[in-house]
Design a protein around this ligand. Sequence first.
Ligand code: RM4
Ligand code: MN
Ligand code: MN
Length: 396
Amino acid sequence: MHKQLQERIVGALDRLRIELPSWGFANTGTRFGKFVQPAAATTTEEKFSDAGQVHLLTGVCPTIALHVLWDCPHGAGSVAELEKFSAKYGVRAGSINPNFFQDQEYKYGSFGNPDPAVRERALEHFKSSVEIAKQLHSRDLSLWFADGSNYPGTANIRLRKQHFEQLLRVAHSELSPGQRLLLEYKPFEPAFYHTDIADWGMAMHFARCAGSQAKVLVDTGHHYAAQNIEQIVAWLLSEEMLGGFHFNDRRYADDDLTLGSIDPYQVFRIFHEILLYEWQTGKRADIAFMLDQSHNLKGKIEAVIQTVKMAQELFSKAALVDYPSLMAAQEGCDLVKAESLLQDAFATDVRPVIEEWRLMKGLPPDPLDAFRQSGYLERITRERSSKNSGSASSYA
Ligand code: RM4
Ligand code: MN
Ligand code: MN
């Protein structure tokens, strides 16, 4: 490979950081059942430990996203313990995810609930989540709302929208200057008739209502099957409203499969839009690259390492696109040439350069192989299996 292309890959790898979800290491399943894995993490400390292993072997995952309900059972009172885990396992707390969907009170929604007392409760939960984030020096609060309704006529869609606008404004005023509020959207599930934040346009509208520190979070699984996600990404970049990603892959709905397992070209196209924006504008897109996957059948740590490798490969491939030639081909409406420039980059085998980069950084050339050799999985299987076999599994 040309030296210049190698340098582009190195540049891409040097800047790509991927945040791991604490819940990606826990026992998960579907609404039909959960399969308990003997090595799954059942405590927050175990989640930090597993994330620490991934970071140790890949070198690119310094942060772990936390779910307040599952990982911060004592609210801000959990901070001291979380800081201990960070120091012990070498990963910092990343985005803080308030939980507006699990408590019984949220049966009819949180920020959109017709009952002002429930809305107030949700707001209080947000405030305590901001406090946790401040104490942990976390920048981003990631908000996903299950709010919606299952049957026509049962919810006042406009009124609920107004509740959201009002509460998000108050929520935003709680942020400190450096913090961000990331708003996630999802077309359906658990609500099956209407969802209060169903798509990127609604999320962007709410983010703008909330204030200048609010941005949109794109969960790649949260789209209808035929939707052009890279176009959404391009628009959000153009509007300076793209705050982050929850990466995962899907075949049907919000399947939470590992990134690139079904359609790696789509992830490549998303990365391409980001890198093209940066090349054209000379600006660095301030985006949090986070995973949100559910490893129901695969070994959890292996699945995460596999995902990180995939992300690095696809990001590196996207960095190989020849932009000046692409611009010229687009200008000249040379369709085949323009398309081929993307296809050529996508077809390039970037793995040897990535291995060299890892060696240069003192990392194992193949983190998955290194994990299998490490004995870590055998150790945690011994330590955790009795607890797991006895556990009535919960989502996190
Ligand atoms: C939702 C959404 C959120 C995630 C929860 C667990 O579908 O993707 O980001 O926190 O699941
Ligand atoms: Mn998500
Ligand atoms: Mn999801």
